[in-house]
Write a protein that binds this ligand. Sequence first.
Ligand code: ZN
Length: 291
Amino acid sequence: MSDVLVRGIAADGAVLACAAIATGTTEEARVRHGTSPTATAALGRTLVAAAMLGSGLKGQQTVMIRILGDGPLGPMIAESTADGALRGYVTHPEADLPPTPARKLNVGGAVGRGTFYVTRHVGLREPYHSSVPLVTGEIGDDLAEFLRSSEQVPSVVAVGVLVDPRAGVLASGGLLLQVMPGAPPTIPAYLEERAKVLPAVTQMVNGGASPDEILKAALGDLPLAVRERRPVRFACRCSAQKVEKVIVALGRDEADRILQDEGRIEVQCRFCGEQYVLSAEDVDAVFSASD
Ligand code: ZN
């Protein structure tokens, strides 16, 4: 199953529904950043959360989740664009913790206590910021709390990543159901009952379920009208041209100082880990082109 996000409305508009598979995206994030199993799960869940929060974006709109916890992973960021490009990083990708007593990856412990921030760039001059304190640091609980407290909508959220310490990411995906204001009062209770017996999202994804099948399992008898089906992937917006702009902004003197000390200038993109290396000749060319 390739990485894809499906968004729709259920029960005649009473529920916004979204499910995503992001196994390949999460594996690429793992390889690019060299994340430990716990960091892989934390970052993968955050990428999936960003993808689902970003479903329905248009044009140049983006949504970014920043998780600023005091745990060993440090700050973690994931961003989604309208065309399904996901990117993100965790400050300490090597950080890992022993599993919980239930033999699960200890994502909550690795994230710690802190704040869940969401920034939406919707095409206005100023982006929208909102935040809530982290509930458990397990990401799914935190996204649900964010939707409840900042957007006043009850929701069902599940995000999960299955990591094999040797083979990498086996499954990554998520589910998001948001009950709209004015929905019949029976609907939240119905969805909560279904959520209690729903298999873990990692189990469904690992078993080959499509987003449509995950939505069907979660929604039960509520009819779904699919509005969008969008591929998602790990993709960054960094480029050699942007790095050249950074070097011009640095100024010739500072660039020369680095060249003297290091023999070259290395710039690494935090979001994707891509490394850009410029020799003295490259730097000369950048400054003569910028004159
Ligand atoms: Zn990048």
